[in-house]
Design a binder for this molecule. Structure first.
Ligand code: SF4
Length: 294
């Protein structure tokens, strides 16, 4: 890769994270593996770092079948190598859930600004441990201020960031309290560096990339914008699942006496796919996202 130091820096970050995890949490650090290219890099770096770690995958219930199969295959190989792997099924308020159940419960489709699905399906696990993620600043504007080590707050402005590369000793305090510490070893890598590393390491990547997609995530993710048209052509069953969930959502809204803004699943689907709702979307519901919390 262009920057050979990048790999060594990331490995050093992983070694520090592994040490923090063993010293304060008395367990191996937890690597979150999504099946995407960035988490693939993290797994390979952990292997090269020779540190103890366990791996978890959050089952979103909306991932492409190829991703689900790829995760199983990677986990099979890791378990043969002695790495503990767990697929975490999603729960909401103590009950098993899925994308398709959450939509009627929340009474609004997931959108760019109202991403309750990520909170429930992807971020509701790995509490109080040293968690390693493949987050990178260049992935999106929302992640552009990500740091190597973070103590999450109730929102982004409340989080505390640490200069892990320079031995920021403040990180010890949350570890002693066994709060959740998030470590991002490749936070400063570019796309080109990620791809070059995977090519050099001959990593077997998710076949979804070979189908022309440059992101791996839930099919129909609102963050994917117009790419969703291509996704639904490739995986039409998911469009049907969203439509059905939107239909149940409209019924729930009607049963609660909420008129509009939609009368049918098709109307919701069209509104949702048109993606014109970036700034105005909250206003059409009266301005309160919290109003949709059951
Ligand atoms: S659809 Fe997108 S926002 Fe929702 S859980 Fe999946 S990745 Fe997160």
């Amino acid at each position: 890769m262009d920057s050979p130091d990048r790999e060594q820096t990331a490995i050093q970050r992983l070694k520090t994270a592994a040490q923090l995890s063993e010293n304060y949490y008395h367990e191996p650090m937890t690597v979150c593996y999504s099946g995407g290219k960035d988490s693939e890099v993290i797994l390979e770096l952990c292997r090269r770092a020779g540190v103890p770690y366990r791996v978890v995958h959050n089952l979103t219930t909306a991932d492409a079948p190829e991703t689900v199969r790829h995760v199983r295959k990677v986990f099979y190989g890791l378990e043969l190598a002695g790495v503990s792997c767990t697929i975490l099924k999603p729960f909401y308020k103590g009950q098993r859930t899925s994308m398709w159940q959450l939509i009627p419960i929340k009474r609004i489709p997931p959108t760019r600004r109202i991403r309750y699905c990520c909170t429930v399906l992807k971020e509701n696990s790995n509490q109080n441990c040293c968690t390693v993620l493949g987050i990178r600043k260049l992935e999106s504007s929302a992640r552009s201020d990500s740091a190597v080590a973070e103590l999450p707050g109730r929102n982004r402005s409340e989080r505390v960031v640490f200069d892990m590369d320079n031995g920021d000793a403040r990180i010890i305090a949350p570890c002693q309290m066994k709060a959740t510490i998030k470590i991002h070893p490749i936070v400063d890598w570019t796309d080109a560096e990620v791809w070059q590393f995977l090519r050099d390491a001959k990593v077997d990547i998710n076949p979804v990339y070979g189908m022309g997609f440059n992101r791996v995530g839930c099919v129909g993710c609102p963050m994917a914008g117009k790419i969703r048209y291509t996704e639904f052509r490739r995986w039409p069953k998911y469009a049907m699942l969203y439509r059905r969930a939107f239909g149940r959502m409209v019924e729930v809204r009607r049963s609660l006496g909420k008129d509009g803004p939609w009368d049918s699943a098709d109307e919701v689907f069209r509104w949702w796919m048109e993606d014109k709702n970036l700034d105005g979307q909250i206003d059409i519901f009266g301005g309160e996202v919290g109003a949709f919390e059951p």
